[in-house]
Design a protein around this ligand. Sequence first.
Ligand SMILES: Nc1ncnc2c1ncn2[C@@H]1O[C@H](COP(=O)(O)OP(=O)(O)OP(=O)(O)O)[C@@H](O)[C@H]1O
Ligand SMILES: [Mg+2]
Length: 567
Amino acid sequence: MFQNKKEKPLAKAQQQQPTKAATLQKPQSSDLLGASGSGNDYLIFGAVLVFVVVIILHKFVFKKGDTTGSNKGDQHGTAGFASLNEIKELTEENLTAGDVKIGEVKDLGVLTKLVRLPLELSLKHTAVVGPTGAGKSRGYFLPNCHDAGRSSFVATDPKSELWDETAYNNLNAVRFAPTDPNRSAAFNFVAYCKEVDFAENVAAAIVTGSGGNATGDSKFWSDAEEELMTGILLHIANSDAPTPTHLYNLLTSGIKRIAETLKNSEIQAARALVASFMESDKKNKSGIIQGLSGKLRFLNNPAIRRFTSSKLKPFDFKRLREKPVQVYWCLEQDEVKKLETLSTIFFSIVVTQLLKQKSGKIPVNLFFDEFANVGKIKGFANHITLLRGQGVAVSAGLQSISQIESLYGSVDCRTILDNFNNKLLMAGIQGETGEEFSRLMGDYTYTENTESFSESGSWLNKTVTKSTGVAKHARRLMTADELRRLNKKKVILISTNLRPVKMKKLKFQMSWSSLLKKFPFLKQFQFFNQQIDKMPKMAFQCGQEIPAPEYQRIEPATAKKKSYDDI
Ligand SMILES: Nc1ncnc2c1ncn2[C@@H]1O[C@H](COP(=O)(O)OP(=O)(O)OP(=O)(O)O)[C@@H](O)[C@H]1O
Ligand SMILES: [Mg+2]
C-alpha cells in the first residue's frame, strides 16, 4: 500500500514530462554548461558540494596544521605545526627588499604559496641546517641570491656556483676571486687598517681565524702575534705603499729589521705595540715571526699577490647600505681550507665596515653558505646582536651545531645560536644537533586509552576484571629520529614565537649560465645567445701588482770567537 502510494506520483511525473527525462538521459553539451534549468541545478549542487568539502578540509586539515599524533590535551605541552592562518604574514604575495624565501605551502590543498621571512624577521638572522647534500645551497642560498632584487648581499661561494648561476640576474654583482685575478675585483686588506680597530680585527683574523679559544701557552703566543701584527698593519697601512706585498716583505726581513722599522715608525700606536715584542727573548721573537709568516704564506702565490696588492683604494662595503650591490666571495673547493685566513680577513672587514655605517636604507644579507669556512670573526658573538640594528641580516649554512662550537667555543656558540632566531631545518640532521632542534620544537600531550585485566578466584572459579583508563604522556612533536628522517622535499622553520612551520623545500634548477658552461655547443643557437647577453659583463679585473719596498736583512754581528783567555 505504502509502496504503491510512493510510486504513483513518480510514474505521473514521468508521464507528464517525457521530453525532460529524455534530455537527462542523453545530455547535450549546452546542458553541461548550464543552459537548461536542470543542468544548472547539477552545477550549483556540485559547486556547493565542492565548497563544503574545501571548507571542511581547510578547517580540519590545513587550519589545524600538520601535527603528529592524534589525541591531544595540554597537561604536557601543546606543541604542533603552524596552520596557514598562523603564517599569513609569511605568505603575502609580493617580495620586498630584504625578504628571504624559505619554502612553499599549499593553500586549500592546491594553490602553491611562497613562504618568505619578511625583513623584520630576516633581520633576526637565519641558520640553515642540514648535512652535506641536504639542499642548503639549492633550497635556500641560490634562490635568494638569484632574486636579491633591490637588496644587497655578501655571499660566500665555496664552489663558485652562486656566481655562475645567479649573478646574471643581479644589477651590481661584484666578484672577489683570490686565485682568479683576471675575473675579480681587487681586495687590498691592508688599506683598511689605517685605524686601530680595523688593524686589530684583521690581526685577529690572521692569528686566530682558524678558530678555537686559545688558553695557557697558546694564548701567550696568539696574544703576542696579534699585538705585533696590529703594529705592523698600522705602520704599513699608513705608509706610501699600503699593500699586503709590502707587509709580507717586511715580515720576512728578519727580527732585527722588523724591530728597527717599527721602532722608528711615524705611527705612535705602531711604536707602542712593538715595545713588548722588543722585550721578549730572541727565541720568543723568532717564534712570533715564524708564526705570523706561516699564517700569511698564501701571499707567496703570485695570483693572490695581484688580487690583494694591485689597488691602493680599498673597496667600500659601506656602500652596500646605499645602493643594491651583490658581492660574491668565490673560491674553488680545494682552496677553501688553504685560504681560510684570507676569507676570515675579508668577512671581518665586511662586518666591521657594515657596523660602522650609520646611514643607508638598503637591507644587506650576509649569506654564509658554509658558515664554518668563513673562519672565526673576532667579536662575532657580539656583532651578531648589533648587525640587526644596522639593517644587516645573517644567513648561515651549518652542517651541525658543533661547527660553531669548534670555531667560537661553547659560550659564544650558545650566544650565536640563540641569535639565529630563524632555524631552517633540512632532512638528515643527526646526533646532538637533531636532539637540540627536536627539544626546541616542543612537546605535546598524547592521550592514550588503556585497558588492563586482572584475575581473581581459584582456577575453578576464576573472575577476570577489565579496567579501562586514560593515560597522558608528553611526546616530542618530532623526535630527533623523525627529524633525521624528514622527507627530503620538506623543510621545517622554527622561528621566534611561531609554532614550527612545515613546508616544501624551494627548488633551484640549473640556470642558463651553468647549462651553457656544460654544453658550450648550445651557444650557436640564437635563443641561447640572447641568454648569454643577459649574463653579467665582468667589469672587474685586478691590475698588476704594485711594487713594494724591499727590506734588507740586518745580519747579526759575527759572534766573537771564544779563546782560552776568556775563560
Ligand atoms: N631544493 C633543491 N632543488 C634542486 N636540487 C636539489 C635541491 N635540494 C637538493 N638538490 C639536489 O641535491 C644536490 C645537493 O644539493 P646542495 O648542493 O644544495 O646541498 P648542500 O646542502 O648545499 O650541500 P653541501 O653542504 O655539500 O654544499 C644538488 O646537486 C641537487 O641535485
Ligand atoms: Mg652547498
